[in-house]
Design a protein around this ligand. Structure first.
Ligand SMILES: *Cc1c(COP(=O)(O)O)cnc(C)c1O
Length: 433
């Protein structure tokens, strides 16, 4: 009956069989992910109980938002989940870049230097910091930037980092996920080693971790290994698919306060900011997030194994351990990239009937194709894929609120490639035998 359903949804016999065989071999891997989800579920639940989350916290405030007890409970819960002193979790934080922007701007002063010891940060931060000249950047306020790249084998360049730290180094920014770069994603353990090294040279330096796409992938979070600030977006992992907007900054009391002064104003800080009824979604989303993240991870691992079996380069590969939810598949061919994205779109609960096309998106140096049919616009914890149409013709795929949906999306992506004659499964299975 299940197979019949897939057939009705356009998945043919050979695609179904090929994917089922792959999935069969992933059981143990999935069990390990379930175990991490179970651990994180209890972590979140514990924080909610400890802070005596109650029905009154799920209400709505308007206007200034003074004494918003729901907001205060939510922030206390975030601080406990991420093991930090305090947290700022707000719908007024418009996205991840904004959260990182205020975390940086609030915690540096003119004459200070920001150091990235893990190579170039996420694209949008280049303009925040002023790596690319930009109106209003930190560079315009006299904040300088230094960078030490990872070594060729992906290791930290400890000598280079030691040399780069100087009397002006105020803040070290560490990006956990590779984002859309080619370096490996950092495990929390490695982040901890890096923080310990930095602090051994300069104990009072602020270590900030861009935690985007990393939340709940492991048992540990950067706050467990000494990060002074942990920052991310609520329309990625920790919003659990329910948060309609928002960002968070967890960290020391001082760092969070400084960021809050930048989000609102000096003097007001955390005291204002009505939650307009979204608090309930933030809290429920956080509650669901560990399981949602596990679904996205399983989808990524399934995709890696399907396309690796077909001979494509996948990053991370089918067996390596995971530290974020992003999966890259290198097709080396634009038609396959487009077919992949068409399949993801066709699998969506929203806008499944539209066909994505590459277009010259502002800010990119090639056409870009994006597939997303999400309940929350632009949400990348929901099943989504995007790809610049240029060599090596890699598609980046992430999310899936449920594993079954992520799996179906991948099956559809393969089906589209088979229908267009770009991938031949018969040869594949024969070669295999
Ligand atoms: C998504 C992301 C950001 C920025 O988040 P937006 O919400 O898109 O502004 C920053 N860093 C990393 C690593 C990301 O993945």
């Amino acid at each position: 009956m299940l197979k019949q359903y897939y057939n009705n949804l356009g998945i043919n016999e050979e695609v179904y069989q090929f994917c089922s065989d792959i999935e069969e071999r992933l059981r143990e891997r999935f069990q390990e992910i379930d175990r991490i989800a179970e651990y994180n579920q209890l972590k979140v639940l514990t924080a909610m109980q400890k802070n005596q989350l109650s029905e009154a916290h799920l209400g709505r405030t308007t206007g200034y938002g003074y004494n918003d007890i729901g907001r205060e409970a939510l922030e206390a819960i975030y601080a406990d989940v991420f093991h930090t002193e305090d947290a700022l979790v707000r719908p007024q934080i418009t996205c991840g870049t904004h959260a990182l922007g205020i975390a940086l701007a609030g915690n540096v002063r003119p004459g200070d230097e920001i150091l990235s010891p893990v190579g170039k940060p996420y694209d949008t931060l280049e303009e925040v910091i002023g790596i690319r000249p930009s109106n209003g950047s930190l560079a315009e306020y006299g904040v300088t930037y230094a960078q030490v790249d990872l070594l060729d084998d992906g290791k930290f360049d400890f000598d280079g980092i030691r040399q780069a730290i100087n009397e002006r180094t105020r803040l070290v920014t560490i990006q956990r996920s590779k984002g859309y770069a080619t370096r490996p994603t950092l495990s929390v353990k490695r982040i901890g080693e890096l923080i310990a090294f930095v602090k051994s040279i300069k104990p009072d330096v602020i270590c900030m971790v861009d935690n985007c796409y990393g939340e709940f992938v492991e048992e540990l979070e950067p706050g467990d290994v000494g990060a002074d600030m942990v920052v991310g977006s609520l329309i990625k992992n920790p919003g659990g698919g329910l948060a309609p907007i928002g960002g968070y900054i967890c960290g020391t009391k001082q760092c969070v306060e400084n960021a809050a002064y930048r989000l609102t104003t000096p003097g007001l800080g955390k005291e204002v900011g009505a939650t307009l009824g979204v608090n309930e979604k933030f809290i429920q989303g956080l509650f669901l997030a560990p399981v949602v993240v596990s679904a996205a991870l399983k989808g990524a691992i399934f995709a890696a194994n399907v396309y690796e079996k077909l001979g494509f380069k996948v990053v991370p590969n089918g067996t390596e351990s995971r530290h974020d939810i992003i999966q890259a598949v290198e097709f080396g061919n634009p038609d396959m990239v487009i077919a992949f994205c068409e399949g993801i779109q066709a699998a969506a609960p929203v806008d499944s009937y539209v066909v994505p096309e590459p277009w010259p998106m502002p800010g990119y140096d090639s056409d870009v194709i994006m597939a997303a049919g999400a309940f929350v616009s632009g949400s990348s914890i929901e099943l989504s894929a995007d790809a610049p149409i240029k060599p090596p013709y890699a598609v980046y795929f992430q999310g899936g609120l449920t594993y079954y949906h992520a799996k179906f999306g991948i099956m559809k992506s393969l089906q589209r490639n088979v229908e267009k004659g770009l991938i031949h499964l018969e040869n594949q299975t024969k070669n295999d035998k």
